[in-house]
Design a protein. Structure first.
Length: 255
């Protein structure tokens, strides 16, 4: 990596070198990586154009993956699975796993406001990196990274049906199959500016002693995130066999 390509303190370079190792790709033009990690509050050369490009790269790569893996599924099911895999919540989790929060370049004010942890910014950065790799080496390399990122996520769903159902529906069906009460959802907190407000929703299942928090840019998204967490906690629990009902008939005296 040529350090002359970055206008950053020397301490930042190990982070970028480590990031390239984590994603399994070494940039020929490191300036593209620097731009993919630059928020508009930091410089006029920010990641938004790369994000636009990366969004298309991600969509095509995931579409190709699903088309090959689920060769008997119809367009509607494939579209629903793709929407789940490329949504902000999924990309945010990938960004955290990639260690992007510590690599982002943004203004001091944006950083103090929690910008490096904001789901929308982190999701955008993932797409920007894909756009940068596409420009640096072509679609095949960008597609390879999508595979490394998305295939483990896709493997979490044992069947296509588990992906086409949203988390709240899947959780409700799991509970109903075991004759258990459905969960309750409530807004626990909201934070952030009005145009980028984050909702924190609690999902509670008293019968199982479970209470978790999910976050999203809307109440619905936060509820879905909370339901996903609960599903991850209970997925290995065996089905509950209901106890047989014993009916006792009273004998009547003979008249």
């Amino acid at each position: 990596m040529s350090r002359s390509d970055f206008h950053e303190p020397a301490s930042s370079f190990p982070k970028l070198d480590a990031l390239q190792q984590r994603i399994g790709y070494q940039f020929k033009n490191p300036r593209l990586l620097a731009r993919a990690l630059t928020h508009k509050s930091f410089s006029q050369e920010h990641y938004e154009r790369l994000e636009f490009l990366g969004d298309a790269v991600l969509s095509l790569a995931v579409s190709d993956m699903l088309y090959s893996q689920f060769d008997r599924s119809d367009e509607g099911d494939l579209t629903r699975v793709r929407a789940h895999l490329v949504r902000q919540e999924t990309l945010h989790k990938l960004a955290v796993a990639m260690g992007l929060p510590e690599c982002l370049r943004m203004s001091e004010g944006e950083a103090k406001g929690g910008g490096a942890q904001r789901p929308s910014i982190l999701a955008d950065a993932v797409e920007a990196i894909l756009g940068a790799i596409y420009l640096d080496a072509g679609f095949a390399e960008a597609q390879a990274l999508v595979g490394r990122l998305i295939k483990p996520v896709l493997a979490q769903g044992a069947t296509l049906d588990s992906w086409t159902k949203d988390a709240k529906t899947a959780l409700q069906e799991w509970l109903q199959a075991r004759k258990m009460p459905v969960p309750t959802y409530r807004i626990d907190a909201t934070r952030g500016k009005a145009h980028e407000q984050v909702f924190v929703v609690a999902c509670e299942l008293p019968a199982l002693g479970i209470a978790v928090l999910g976050e999203g840019l809307s109440r619905r998204a936060a509820e879905q995130a909370a339901a996903e967490i609960v599903l991850a906690q209970i997925k290995d629990q065996p089905p509950v066999t209901p106890k047989p009902t014993v009916v006792v008939k009273k004998r009547t005296r003979a008249q």
